[in-house]
Design a protein around this ligand. Structure first.
Ligand code: MIC
Ligand code: SF4
Length: 645
């Protein structure tokens, strides 16, 4: 039987486990990436592992998230990251050089390699034929130290593209269609492998699709590496990094889904979830206050050239604020050199640094009750920094149409020919903002500002948990609900401070309640619905609850990265055996879970006693042997240290 592309790359990297869907495997990681918001903690943890140098082929530390410098905290963190990179053999991409996923695609990604990144959109590298996976910072720290990365051997869905996109319909509309089909829940343990008419899509377009596959909750998404990939790498002066990669003709898949590109129309994800899809036609006429173009989903040279061509000789609507964030310094320099930037500026747009910026809500928060059209990948409640804002996610083409007319507008209404953008055969490249590690690593002093704390260690699991339900939440709770980013993100390296904001968006009394329980030595329990922990890879969504004394989360189902993060920080993820039992627990109920170690070691169902309601229910804890040992040790850091002893 032939092999899929995913199988071929995983087979080359597997070190532990067997190729059976649902079983845990350990793979070797060739490349890692971190960004500053998750990176400071990842490197503090890396330091705690006491390894003298990274053991990967390539590790890059990007500064792209916390770039707003009001106060000393972010600038101090940047300096910490720069000295760490110099000392431990890591490349450093300075603030202003670009968004990690865009820069990695341009300068470092290689077909056939594995990439682990402390950011959930790391699968963007799948656009180049990599197995690129997002994970918590601690998993990335372990991989930098040469440790394996463990994942469930995935089920593979072939997304078979048929036909060709019509003018004004884009790769973004393809992935929005996929979100319409698959939704943001129920896809844990799958990989999307793209095949069929992929040769109509350039690498940046493939990357847009792979980037947002993350919103479905899949492990990763991957495209073949073909002549189009080769041309992209050649334009980046990296043709030597190219290899051809494709699935065998007779490869078998767990499922095949055909997507007919001719039938796709401009789409939008409506508030407050990337899977709340409507056609742009259905939304036409809604007045728009803000349009933001950029983010790691749609900020490539092709995106901004399309934008510039549409804006040429046009002015944006007076009621709209148009924000443009290029994906990288390379993109910005190229559109500056060829004059396209002038067309953008003349239209009345505001240009920001090439950073995450608006996407993570640490700048450009819209006005109260605003309608904001964005080309980014997430429109979770409150993420823009304005709770009352309504954020719609669209393609660049739709977004710019809205900026010009001041209303949600189907770009096909424009009376102009669809701009055809030819990708340069050679980009202007200048890597001066990527710093090489020091040749004198022993002499590098690590800079530690007052914002840098110590990574808290978990305590070994106890046999018995007596606790209170400190919060009960519904379905599709994202990590942005658990611990917001935006203006609070500057506390990423200061856990006791950052923990004050846990569940702030959902219930701002949580922190006080949790601390009261903690001070009385009562464990905190979180109760959740379906798909708990969607979205980002931020391990702070486990680390801060751990700091607040959360010992278990009981939910109807969990998302992949968040489950791993909970385990890494010694919090037990428990799944209701019967979803109906969700209604049998309320905030404030006293809960007892006994014989935990014994049940975990024998893989038996656990019993949760609701003392307040005088009733019991069953929960499952589906862990691999390795995960069980991590939980028993009180988390991955203690576990890894014990192995290295
Ligand atoms: C995001 O898009 O939510 C982030 C900010 O990039 C996160 C990482 C983080 O929280 O630092 C992600 O996607 O993993
Ligand atoms: Fe940055 Fe937004 Fe991409 Fe996250 S999704 S990496 S915040 S641009």
């Amino acid at each position: 039987m032939g092999k899929s592309l995913t199988q071929k790359i995983l087979e080359k990297h597997i070190v532990e486990g067997e190729f059976k869907a649902g079983k845990e495997i350990g793979i070797k990681i060739d490349q890692t990436l971190t960004q500053d918001a998750t990176g400071t903690m990842a490197y503090l943890q890396f330091e705690a592992l006491c390894i003298p140098k990274v053991r990967t082929e390539l590790s890059v530390s990007y500064i792209d998230h916390n770039t707003i410098q009001i106060g000393f905290e972010n600038a101090d963190d940047h300096q910490y990251l720069q000295t760490i990179a110099a000392k431990y053999g890591i490349l450093l991409s300075k603030a202003g050089n670009g968004i990690c996923h865009q820069v990695h695609l341009e300068r470092f990604g290689k077909p056939g390699k594995t990439l682990l990144g402390s950011d959930s959109h790391t699968p963007t590298g799948g656009g180049l034929g990599m197995i690129a996976i997002g994970a918590g910072g601690l998993d990335v720290a372990v991989a930098m130290g040469g440790g394996l990365f463990y994942l469930t051997y995935p089920k593979i869905i072939k997304i078979n593209l048929i036909g060709k996109l019509k003018p004004w319909v884009t790769a973004k509309d393809i992935i929005l269609k996929i979100l319409d089909i698959f939704s943001t829940k129920g896809n844990v343990g799958y990989v999307f492998e793209f095949g069929g008419a992929v040769n109509s899509l350039s690498v940046p377009e493939r990357a847009t699709i792979a980037n947002m596959g993350t919103e479905c909750g899949v492990t990763t998404s991957i495209f073949p590496s073909d002549e189009i990939t080769k041309a992209f790498l050649r334009a980046q002066n990296r043709e030597k990094d190219w290899i051809e990669l494709k699935a065998d003709e007779d490869a078998e898949y767990d499922r095949i889904v055909d997507i007919n590109l001719d039938e796709i129309v401009p789409l939008a994800a409506c508030p407050h979830s990337p899977d709340n899809i409507k056609t742009v036609k259905e939304l036409e006429g809604i007045e728009v206050n803000q349009v933001c173009i950029g983010s790691c989903t749609n900020s490539s040279y092709k995106d901004l050239m399309t934008l510039a061509k549409i804006l040429r000789n046009k002015k944006i609507h007076p009621n709209v604020s148009l924000i443009i964030s290029p994906g990288s310094k390379q993109v910005l320099e190229n559109i500056a050199k060829n004059g396209a930037l002038t067309d953008i500026l003349y239209s009345g747009a505001r240009i920001t640094d090439p950073v995450c910026g608006f996407c993570i809500g640490n700048s450009q928060s819209p006005q109260t009750n605003a309608i904001s059209i964005r080309t980014s990948n997430r429109n979770f409640f409150g993420r823009s920094g304005t709770k009352s804002a309504q954020v719609y996610l669209t393609s660049v083409e739709t977004a710019v149409a809205c900026a010009i007319t001041g209303k949600i507008t189907d770009p096909r209404n424009f009376e102009m020919d669809y701009p055809q953008i030819k990708l340069s055969s050679k980009f202007h490249i200048d890597d001066n903002m990527i710093l090489q590690p020091s040749a004198n690593d022993k002499e590098v002093q690590i800079y530690r500002g007052p914002n840098i704390g110590q990574p808290p260690l978990g305590s070994p699991l106890s046999e018995h948990i007596l606790g209170n339900v400190a919060i009960k939440v519904g379905d599709k709770i994202t990590t942005d609900h658990i611990i917001p980013a935006g203006s609070k993100m500057k506390y990423r390296s200061n856990i006791s401070k950052y923990a004050e904001f846990v569940f702030e968006l959902v219930d701002n009394t949580f922190y006080k309640r949790a601390m009261d329980n903690k001070n009385k030595k009562i464990a905190n329990i979180i109760v959740g619905g379906l798909s708990y922990g969607q979205g980002s890879s931020r391990e702070h969504a486990a680390l801060c609850p751990m700091f607040l004394g959360v010992k278990a989360v009981i939910a109807k189902s969990f998302e992949r990265i968040h489950t791993a993060n909970l385990i890494n920080f010694g919090i037990i993820p428990l799944i209701f055996k019967s979803e109906a039992d969700y209604s049998n627990v309320e905030v404030g109920d006293q809960i007892e879970i006994s014989h935990i170690k014994e049940k975990l070691l024998t893989n038996k169902e656990l019993t949760v006693k609701n003392i307040t309601k005088n009733m019991e229910f069953g929960v499952n804890c589906n862990l691999s042997n390795r995960q069980r040992n991590i939980i028993l040790a009180g988390g991955l850091l203690s576990y890894t240290k014990s192995l290295n002893r």
